[in-house]
Design a protein around this ligand. Structure first.
Ligand code: C2O
Ligand code: CU
Length: 462
């Protein structure tokens, strides 16, 4: 189908260069991470099981936990009916391990394996997911959590990952809606679902104690949905975004916003009383709905602790704005209710309606889908500044592979490090990063229907 074309077309270009890099030496032992078809209970009781594609047959897949600085090794076995690959989202990884077919490796054919092995430089909350025909494969369940642990344990009572997902199922059969290329999704807000899950469970209910201190690792693995979250019966601080610690924990006052691909680590204290409930709620409709419920049983301590300390910082390259940066602009155009008249697609200049006939809707700098030349070519260690101009009517979640960036605020103040920028319709933002990781890196919208319908580019670090 169309969604595959962009990826497969470019697959010939650079894949040959890196062939073989993913092979391990003979004496290394690799645990297997198998992508396979499985049937699991996703929908509430009473509904049939859903056929999914999951790592080790689960969605989310197994949670991989490694110590910061350690090596992660997994032999990906493709037991799926399509070629696939694994991308390690947010890991500042070496390019050949980044898992992008057509850019860093060949897609792994059904029955084949690929050995991923790399060190994890940064502690924090990361994830892994399929990166071939992502709009379909991630929707079918190919995602999992990758936790990189700090060397010293934190002063918390519990580490609680909460993987937020959004499935589009047929309400009668509980099977996935198989139209992953729906024009409506591709031209509007992406593939939004009708079943919201946490850790693969509908209406997840956990227990907690009054005054228990939890580290919630919130992670949005949905194809398109922006989660707008609130806390009830608990209070706390955001301590990390997209894996990276904030300099100082930030008291949570307003909603927590998570675009597709984004993460937030929050440290919360349960303030609800025994016998009550605490919630992570979804504020995306007026009513507010429980995403996760905590039944409060018992009391962990008589009083709350003081504010938590900041997480130890990861060792990041310097980022300084002194006017010598390489500057690039990313003009985002297209979509329904946009003003895009024409753009180049596969070397041809097409009108918006001709693009629509090809099920393509979005362009970066006038080009739909992977361009032949990169958005920018940076020298190693060069500071890069990108003006991101969203001329569309929709929000987007721009994800940069391989490096974290900071948003540039007023007076050139640098915001927290992120790997995914949530940008509203009509907004204009600036990001900067130190191009310290050599290779070709994807830069795309993590609303996966948008990526499949044009929102994809790449950059080169020499
Ligand atoms: Cu999480 Cu290119 O993706
Ligand atoms: Cu988008």
């Amino acid at each position: 189908m169309l969604s595959r074309r962009t990826f497969l077309q470019s697959a010939a270009s650079s894949a040959a260069l890196v062939a073989g890099i993913g092979r391990a030496t003979a004496d290394e032992t690799f645990e297997t991470l198998a992508g396979r078809v499985a049937r699991v209970q996703l929908a509430p009781d009473g509904y049939p099981e859903t056929e999914i594609w999951g790592y080790d047959g689960m969605s989310p897949g197994p949670t991989l936990r490694v110590l910061q600085g350690a090596r992660l090794q997994r032999r990906f076995l493709n037991d799926l009916p399509q070629p696939s690959s694994v991308h390690w989202h947010g890991i500042r990884i070496e390019n050949a391990m980044d898992g992008v077919p057509g850019l860093t490796q060949d897609a792994v054919a059904p029955g084949d394996t690929f050995d991923y092995h790399f060190t994890v430089p940064d502690a924090g909350t990361y994830w892994y997911h399929a990166h071939n025909r992502s709009v379909e494969q991630v929707a079918r369940g190919l995602n999992g959590l990758l936790i990189v642990e700090e060397a010293d344990p934190l002063d918390i009572d519990r580490d609680q990952p909460l993987v937020l997902d959004d499935w589009l199922l047929n309400p009668e059969t509980a099977q996935l809606d198989p139209d992953f290329a729906a024009q409506m999704d591709r031209s509007h807000g992406g593939r939004n679902g009708n079943l919201l899950l946490t850790n693969g469970t509908y209406d997840l209910t956990l227990t907690a104690q009054r005054h228990e201190r939890l580290r919630l690792r919130l992670i949005n693995v949905a194809n398109a949905r922006i989660f707008v979250l609130g806390l009830e019966g608990m209070e706390g601080w955001t301590v990390a975004l997209d894996g990276m610690p904030l300099e100082t924990p930030e008291p949570i006052e307003g909603p927590i916003l998570l675009g597709p691909g984004q993460r937030a680590d929050v440290i919360v204290d349960i303030v609800a009383f025994e016998g009550e409930r605490a919630y992570v709620t979804r504020l995306d409709n007026e009513r507010g709905e429980a995403q996760v419920t905590f039944d409060i049983r018992g009391t962990a301590s008589l009083a709350r602790r003081g504010a938590p300390r900041a997480l130890p910082p990861n060792r990041m390259p310097d980022l300084r704005l002194d006017g010598s940066e390489l500057v690039a602009t990313l003009d985002m155009e297209g979509g329904a209710m946009g003003r895009m008249r024409r753009a180049t697609y596969e070397g041809e200049e097409l009108s918006f309606s001709q693009l629509a006939q090809r099920n393509q809707f979005w362009a970066f700098n006038g080009v739909v889908g992977m361009p032949e030349t990169p958005l920018l070519e940076a020298g190693l260690g060069q500071t890069v500044r990108v003006n991101v101009i969203n001329q569309t009517s929709f929000p987007h979640a721009m994800h940069l592979h391989g490096m974290h960036f900071s948003e540039i605020g007023p007076e050139d103040r640098l915001g927290p490090l992120r790997d995914t920028l949530l940008i509203g319709g009509g907004e204009q933002r600036q990001i900067a990063f130190n191009a310290d990781n050599p290779g070709d890196w994807l830069f795309h919208c993590h609303m996966l229907s948008h990526a499949a319908a044009g929102m994809m580019t790449w950059l080169r670090v020499a």
